[in-house]
Design a protein around this ligand. Sequence first.
Ligand code: GRG
Length: 282
Amino acid sequence: MSLQQHIEIALANYIEKYAATSPAYEAICYSVLGGGKRIRPVIIYTIAEAYGVANYKLDQAACALELIHCYSLIHDDLPAMDNDDMRRGKPSCHIKFGEATAILAGDAILTLAFKVLAEPQQNYPAETQLAMISCLAEAAGARGIIAGQIRDIAAEGKQLRQDALEQIHREKTASLFQAAITIGSLATQKKPNLSNLGELLGLAFQLQDDLLETYSTSTKLGKPVNSDQKNQKATHAGIIGIAAATQILAETYNRAKEIIETELPKTDSMLAILNTLTARSN
Ligand code: GRG
């Protein structure tokens, strides 16, 4: 079974357990299940696995992080935010269920993430679990993706400097990648020195995302390709040009590769993720 299939089953089980009787159930299933690349939970599993920690021990954390990601996508698509009609190749949650249900389903998924991560468990010490909860709250909160989203909206239609754009990407995109790295590391009880890796993965992912917006088609991406343009969003490709953005992507890739090769006892799966992030086509 692939890690994507593994996470799919774990997510479905948690939704059944904690949301089956909710009037938000249908919208929650619609937005969480059956789509998405599951990159962030796969990173958690992969870091832990490099130290010999079995996948099932990370199910709570992996699901919690993916739930935060799914909620952020629902809210990001809302008319007050990016106003995108398509997500993961199908109508966005608010198009399918209406705006109020989409907002509430997003709130329910955000809350479910913490319910799942706080479940009693015996895979690591309680202090480690608390540290994971705190890490996820930080990444999802006022200094994490929310900060990035607010700066991103405020920057619409403005000329942005490259460092300001990178700050948005660090907060909006890299925060959840960093959480994946930190949570996976916490589970190993080994304190590997991977502090910068999440940021590099997030920036690489976002650079590739910018380039895909420039090159790809909406059929391949499962969302409109002109969303950034429509919302007058700054992109790396727009600010420094496609060639320079491609060059920065290559440098970011090399820095991430060096950390992986220096710090992880087993590197093949994490290098495969890095390659997927920087060469993905959707
Ligand atoms: C709190 C509303 C709110 C937003 C916070 C994280 C975020 C900011 C918004 C999410 C939308 C967005 C454009 C994030 C940037 C990173 C990105 C391109 C996410 C898409 O992630 P993928 O490609 O999505 O991993 P799948 O569908 O594969 O899960």
